[in-house]
Design a protein around this ligand. Structure first.
Ligand SMILES: NC(=O)c1ccc[n+]([C@@H]2O[C@H](COP(=O)([O-])OP(=O)(O)OC[C@H]3O[C@@H](n4cnc5c(N)ncnc54)[C@H](OP(=O)(O)O)[C@@H]3O)[C@@H](O)[C@H]2O)c1
Length: 326
């Protein structure tokens, strides 16, 4: 089969597509023919060996995928060959086939395209966990989303609207702000402009945002916290801008505010029941058509490097997806 193979940790432009043996089947597992894989920020860090945990070499990158079950001996988890699934694993999704445990996949609702399903789980689960389980956002509250046209940002805009919040989307270019509006943002803001906090104050009727969804980091995070409403909640999601900010402790005191961490990787083990209930909510919204995950650009497997490049050069709108066809 064809697969992206990381033999040495290196920048993505040095990584090759190779012909490799199909993964070996294991008892109680499923073999899935991958139709699409979603590319996340973490995948790029893993390829370069810069993520907090390192995958042993050689490895096939890619954590999110959608496809069709090809082998399911004994129907583990009730899955049978021919069923469409979406899943998330530690690695291996940028390949024509993957062998996974049944607990790592979910059945795909009818009519949901593989590209959509592969864009779905990490970003939308992160957004829903952050906004509901951590920030306990309620209808009518004001939500500021930083990096609002990126993968997690777009998900937060859409989920925020589904939860009844008023959503203010912060993004760096007119194209990105338009993309955020198209996905439901009520107002947009250019947070690269010096006076952006004044605009935010006006947009929130002088109160500041009740909840901040922050996948960006750096100085913008501290500036955003300085604008937060009384009893506001600032969700620490990631550091796409590169810098991990430090918040002076007097600010939470003065604001009656809270800084809340969000780590998708730990939810399955630390809060399995929460993950289950949030996933069933998301899949329900997906099946009912209430939630239409934003697919950014779709690349052929041969062009996987372009997907990483688009993301790492701050040019991505929504989630980058690689289509894998045989
Ligand atoms: N905590 C969790 O469980 C969890 C889950 C998923 C992802 N994450 C993390 O969240 C972060 C964002 O992930 P994502 O998938 O949303 O990424 P993304 O699609 O690339 O979006 C990140 C956004 O950050 C902004 N940004 C500012 N400076 C940037 C820079 N130097 N390079 C790239 N983007 C920059 C960009 O918006 P503007 O151009 O508008 O500023 C961009 O749209 C990553 O650090 C990722 O590891 C965490």
């Amino acid at each position: 089969m064809k697969a992206v193979v990381v033999e040495q940790y290196a920048p993505f432009d040095q990584i090759e597509l190779k012909d490799v043996p199909s993964p070996q089947m294991e008892p109680g597992h499923l073999r899935v023919r991958v139709e699409a894989a979603g590319i996340g920020f973490v995948d790029g860090l893993k390829i370069e060996g810069r993520y907090q945990t390192k995958d042993p070499l050689p490895f096939i990158p890619g954590t999110e995928f959608a496809g069709v079950v090809e082998e399911a001996p004994g129907a583990p988890g009730g899955y049978q060959s021919g069923m469409r699934v979406m899943g998330m694993t530690r690695s291996g999704a940028l390949a024509e086939e993957i062998v996974v445990r049944p607990e790592t996949v979910y059945p795909l609702p009818d009519g949901v395209a593989a590209e959509v399903a592969a864009s779905f789980r990490a970003n939308y689960l992160t957004a829903l966990y952050a906004l509901s389980a951590r920030a306990t956002i309620v209808a009518g509250e004001q939500l500021l989303v930083l990096g609002a046209a990126g993968g997690t940002g777009t998900a937060a805009v859409q989920i925020g609207k589904l939860l009844g919040a008023r959503v203010i989307a912060a993004a760096s270019t007119p194209e990105k702000r338009e993309f955020a509006r198209e996905h439901g943002a009520d107002a947009v803001i250019d947070y690269t402009q010096a006076g952006w906090r004044d605009t935010l104050k006006e947009l929130t009727g002088g109160q500041g945002p009740d909840v901040i969804f922050d996948p960006v980091g750096g100085d913008v995070s501290v500036q955003a916290f300085r604008s937060i409403a009384w009893r506001g909640r600032h969700l620490v999601v990631g550091f796409a801008g590169g810098a991990i900010p430090a918040l002076p402790f007097n600010l939470p005191l003065l604001k009656g505010g809270a800084l809340l961490g969000v780590d998708l990787a730990q939810i399955p083990t630390r809060e399995p029941d929460v993950q289950k209930s949030l996933m069933s909510k998301l899949i329900g919204w997906l099946a009912e058509g209430k939630l239409k995950p934003a697919v950014g650009r779709v690349f052929a497997l041969e062009d996987f490097r372009e997907a990483f490049k688009t993301m790492q050069t701050r040019a991505a709108l929504g989630k980058m997806v690689v289509r894998i066809a045989r």
